[in-house]
Design a protein around this ligand. Sequence first.
Ligand code: NAD
Length: 260
Amino acid sequence: MSDIKTAVITGSTSGIGLGMAKGLAAAGMNIMMNGLETAAEIEPLRKSLEDSYGIQAHYSAANMMEPDGARGLIEAALSTFGRVDVLVNNAGIQFVSPVEDFPDDKWQAIINLNLSAAFYTTKAALPGMKQRGWGRIINIASAHGLVASPFKSAYVAAKHGIVGLTKTVALEVAEQGITVNAICPGYVWTPLVERQIPDTAKARGLTEEQVKRDVLLAAQPTKKFATVEELAALGQFLCTDGAASITGAALPVDGGWTAH
Ligand code: NAD
């Protein structure tokens, strides 16, 4: 078997996941991409990873909302590359509404994708990591895994949940060369954030500009969105041996938000 490590990144066809895919490809890893964009949108991204970094990149359309999809993504990576060394649980969605109007199906979808998918992928990826005595699991949580905001009940519940899952699995595998950490970004300018601005504006009776300035960046003392490149740099570091003692941590990348 080749020494080249394989990274599986859920939701890596856009935003933070795509940034992570670039960061880990730049570190020399083969990449299993995943996401719901069309094949025509994904193929240039996949090819660009191979061309820019000289690694192999494959793509799976597995739906992380479904347990079989999450398990299937790990199986696809194992049958393509023979190993999963790094797992980044990143795919996530948002829905904004007061709790009493929050649709039941949106609650369930957010719990399934933002929390349960990481349970199924972790379960499927751990046996191989244990066998090799090395592994990295990085869960993309959120500042909302540490603190709450109104109108995001499902998202905040799922993100607090994934921080709990991170700590629990970290303890279970601590002696086996596997680290498990959560990255907790504040606001990062990606399609997910862009899409929630109209709904937040409606829920709070504000203009979209007011939402950006007075709601999103009001919480972020730096008054700047974090970048996907900053998150990828942390992801890269967590995959080095220098980060071997960082495990069970929830690491904020939030411009000081959770220091309040
Ligand atoms: P994004 O909307 O840009 O990308 C989401 C990715 O997930 C896409 O590749 C999409 O295809 C994929 N996806 C969506 N549903 C899927 C499904 N059912 N199965 C497989 N893939 C699916 O979002 P983003 O802003 O890059 O967010 C990525 C993660 O970072 C999410 O978990 C989000 O909660 C978290 N996060 C984002 C921010 C931010 O400000 N953008 C802040 C904190 C945490």
